[in-house]
Design a protein around this ligand. Structure first.
Ligand code: TXA
Ligand code: MG
Length: 322
């Protein structure tokens, strides 16, 4: 297959047709690149698990272009979930809702809940709209990386990560860099109150202010037992440490206000938390390619997206077992 296909109106239509024919299509979203398949096609969904070497019990997020399709996938949408959807979709938020029992559960790893998201990326939306116009109902898409590896934030990284595993007819649509760079905020909406299962660009404070309620604090301990929640998820090959002093030969990721010590390689110098997030995973990949001794992430802030950055950096970090 061709390495990557530039996004255009015609490649978006081709991508939609390919999806409906059971092919896999990697496509950009504002968070990270997704590896898409027709969510109703058992064989296509099965290939996602095969290619990623992801355990079958780990559910996939279904991507749609508008809320009219929600009724197909879910029953019972609590008022607060409806409000979150209206406010933050299209956007970097995945809502976990009670699955319509008519829907087969191969996309949800056998669970009775389903994750749904409307991404805020013009390429993704164009592909989804085309897909729906020709009869599709949703695109299942995990991040387009091997299980336990780092999510890709551009088309080249998808190719490097999975290219050899694709078949003829599969596509990687190149729509530039993912703007946010870390995966969506996941909110469990199956109970009386919403609960954050994975932090992201839409923060707990934003949700609390919007809904005017206090949410249970997200901690590493009250997480769900699925792939995003494995201790060793998001790991680069290079050992990674958080908030320690870098040594000569290390790679450093820190805000621009922090100086680079001598003989340390500066992997990125973001001026803002947003650019810290959007360059995080490509910096991890750069360190792997350069075979640096270690990656050191320094970030002492806790506001806004810093929480999600620290969540990903901590999961990527090397644990000293004792
Ligand atoms: O930003 C994102 O969410 C990206 C883009 C492509 O949309 N997708 C993504 O998918 O990160 P994935 O599969 O790499 O991570 C989704 C996480 C997994 O940890 C999965 O277990 C969890 O969401 N998840 C999906 N459906 C779920 C469900 N029904 N209940 C609980 N957790 C669920
Ligand atoms: Mg993932």
């Amino acid at each position: 297959m061709r390495q990557t296909t530039p996004f255009s109106k015609s490649s978006a239509l081709r991508a939609a047709i390919s999806l409906l024919q059971g092919r896999l299509v990697a496509f950009p979203t504002e968070t990270v690149y997704g590896l898409g398949a027709d969510a109703l096609n058992r064989q296509a969904v099965s290939r996602i698990y095969q290619i990623k070497e992801r355990p079958r019990s780990h559910p996939l997020i279904v991507h749609i272009s508008n809320t009219n399709l929600l009724k197909y996938w879910v029953i019972e949408i609590p008022d607060y979930a409806q409000q979150i959807a209206e406010q933050f979709w299209p956007g970097p938020v995945t809502l976990i809702l009670k699955k319509n029992p008519m829907i087969n559960d191969f996309v949800t790893g056998g669970q009775s809940n389903i994750g749904i998201r409307i991404p805020n990326n013009s390429c993704a939306l164009e592909i989804l709209r085309n897909f729906e116009a020709i009869g599709g109902t949703g695109v299942a898409a995990p991040s387009a990386n091997m299980f336990k590896s780092i999510s890709p934030t551009n088309a080249q990284d998808v190719w490097k990560e999975l290219g050899k595993r694709f078949s003829n007819g599969d596509l990687i649509i190149d729509g530039g860099n993912s703007k946010i760079g870390i995966e969506s905020t996941i909110i469990d909406c199956t109970k009386l109150h919403p609960k954050i299962l994975r932090p992201g660009y839409i923060t707990q404070t934003m949700l609390e202010n919007f809904l005017d309620i206090k949410l249970k604090k997200f901690t590493q301990k009250n997480k769900i037992n699925h792939s995003g929640e494995h201790l060793t998820h998001y790991q680069p090959k290079t050992p990674l440490f958080v908030n320690i002093t870098p040594l000569p030969g290390d790679g450093l990721i820190a805000l621009s206000e922090i100086d680079t010590p001598q003989s340390v390689y500066r992997l990125s110098t973001p001026e803002t938390l947003d650019s810290f997030a959007s360059s995080l995973y490509s910096s991890f990949r750069k360190a792997d390619e350069m075979k640096l001794a270690r990656i050191v992430v320094i970030l002492e802030r806790q506001d806004g997206i810093a929480e999600a950055i620290m969540d990903r950096a901590t999961k990527a970090s090397t644990r000293i077992l004792n």
